[in-house]
Design a protein around this ligand. Sequence first.
Ligand SMILES: C[S@@+](CC[C@H](N)C(=O)[O-])C[C@H]1O[C@@H](n2cnc3c(N)ncnc32)[C@H](O)[C@@H]1O
Length: 275
Amino acid sequence: MNARDIVNVEVEVLLSAIRERYGWDFYYYKRASLKRRIATFLHENNLKHVSELIPLIMWDKEIFEHLIHSLSVPVTEMYRDPSFFNALRNEVVPILKTYPFIKVWHAGCASGEEAYSMAILLQEEGLLPRSRLYATDINDDGLKKAEQGVYQLDDIKEYQNNYHKSGGKGDLLDYFRISSNKAIINTSLKHNVRFSNHNLIRDSSFGTMNIIFCRNVYIYFEPELQDRVTQLFLDSLAPGGFICLGSKESIHIENYPHELEVFNERARIYRKLYQ
Ligand SMILES: C[S@@+](CC[C@H](N)C(=O)[O-])C[C@H]1O[C@@H](n2cnc3c(N)ncnc32)[C@H](O)[C@@H]1O
């Protein structure tokens, strides 16, 4: 089945079934992307129609969890968009250096690559000992992988290029212990990183952060949900704190004239105003 063959009403019924049965709310996710994911899921599970999928997810938790995994798009990499990390290092880090303690939130951290990229960057800038990174997601499989910090060696080798373009100062492999074809993140980098389940739609803020990453997550949300999440971030930021989005995402700054300013437009970095 092709995404175009899925009719809206089927998606709505599926989403209400998920919400009623499990409390997960995908209602404000962009329909086109949801339809593509659902079509792929149907194909992979030899199902023809969404109506066949609904009774399966109602009674089979494993299938339901696979579906959630597919719908949440846990795709990521280290130093994704190196120019963003470069701007972060050169323009934001000098400001963070003036703070006595730095709190970072990676919202939608997938399997942890972004949080460990930041931990390495902070380490190189001498800031990691006074930083605490909170990395959250709705996808427990991704969080488990993130906590383990075990990646494919070939993937880490590929990220070397990103790392250097982002201004990385050493050899990315030095931050891992290599065991056959796996790369295991150094324990010293894990000390200050906490992974936990947090749903941006349902859960409240959990602290006063200095910088929030929510990269390549807004892109899946309808504008109404993007605005709700932006408000959640404003409530979770210290004055002068930063919000970092993905390269194809933005905040309608005109909706927040007294709260936010654009810090670096190209890098999609925003800053909460001191009021
Ligand atoms: C494409 S990944 C982005 C990973 C990383 N931030 C990056 O840019 O490489 C999107 C992540 O957002 C998470 N996500 C989707 N909806 C979410 C929600 N309501 N609350 C928290 N995380 C969510 C997904 O589970 C997925 O891991």
